[in-house]
Design a binder for this molecule. Structure first.
Ligand code: FES
Ligand SMILES: [Fe+2]
Length: 273
């Protein structure tokens, strides 16, 4: 089954339409294209659907990757190619090898405003028997509803985080008094705004610390991620950080924004530079 290319901008005519899925998302089309090209988020954000991904190739045309859907399912890995046609507002996700090889999923993106995009997806498969085709279509609609829910939540939060970052004042920041130490301890972990940035205040081995609650990669939310062995992992692309030093713990080299100091002064917790 040939993979769709820029010269074949429609589904393979030998395939059968299994179903369609339509919705709007509450972000502009630039944010959606960014998400489409972001192969790395699949196993982190969509961990119910993807277990691991290894990039094979990428460029302005799209990307190709080896994807494993479930732990221990290496032998059933798929090669997936996503080819985009920005001018036409359309892209095709084709399964090139592995289970479902030959399947093409076509998505059309239509801008509805600066913060709204219409998404229209159609699923094209080799199966021709009507009953099976209908079942495959239903399953795809169910999966895509969940994937787009997860993507929309990520894109909306990223948009919010980008806007917040643009409005941050670089002026001097006054110390923040959070009140009596016992009541602060009882409220942990908690988020605090300091100098226009969000930090999570928590107690680690009896010590009060703060760490950046925004990921340095794509501004993913780090305010609710569990702390395991002193490390946190971002829910968007799984980058990992030491909460005390902010250093990368997965070799990917990014560092958390410097956290403010957390002091106890005259019985009060004070956050300051
Ligand atoms: S935003 Fe990508 S790992 Fe955090
Ligand atoms: Fe996604």
């Amino acid at each position: 089954m040939p993979v769709a290319t820029e010269t074949t901008p429609t589904p393979d005519p030998g395939l059968h339409l299994a179903g369609r899925y339509d919705r709007d998302v509450a972000v502009g089309i630039a944010r959606v294209w960014e998400n489409v090209l972001d192969w790395e988020h699949l196993p982190a954000l969509h961990n119910g659907q993807f277990h691991s991904i290894a990039l094979l190739d990428s460029g302005s045309w799209g990307w190709s990757a080896r994807v494993v859907n479930q732990p221990g399912d290496e032998s059933r890995a798929q090669i997936i190619t996503v080819r985009i046609d920005r001018a036409a507002g359309r892209y095709c996700s084709a399964t090139v090898e592995g289970p479902g090889a030959g399947t093409e999923i076509w998505t059309t993106l239509t801008p509805l405003g600066t913060d709204r995009t219409a998404v229209a997806v159609s699923f094209h498969v080799a199966e021709a028997r009507p009953e099976r085709l209908a079942r495959i279509g239903e399953r795809y609609v169910e999966i895509y509803a969940r994937l787009w829910d997860e993507d929309e939540a990520m894109m909306v939060e990223r948009e919010r985080a980008l806007a917040a970052r643009r409005s941050v004042s670089r002026d001097g920041v006054a110390a923040l008094n959070l009140g009596p130490v016992e009541s602060v301890r009882a409220s942990l972990p908690r988020l605090v705004e300091f100098g226009g940035e969000r930090f999570r205040l928590l107690e680690l081995d009896g010590r009060l610390i703060a760490h950046a609650a925004t990921c340095p990669h794509w501004l993913g939310p780090l305010g609710e991620t569990p702390v395991v062995d002193g490390c946190i992992r971002c829910p968007w692309h799984d980058y990992a950080f030491d909460v005390v030093t902010g250093a990368s713990t997965d070799g990917r080299g990014l560092t958390l924004a410097p956290a403010p100091r957390v002091l106890v002064e005259q019985g009060d917790v004070v956050v300051c530079r």
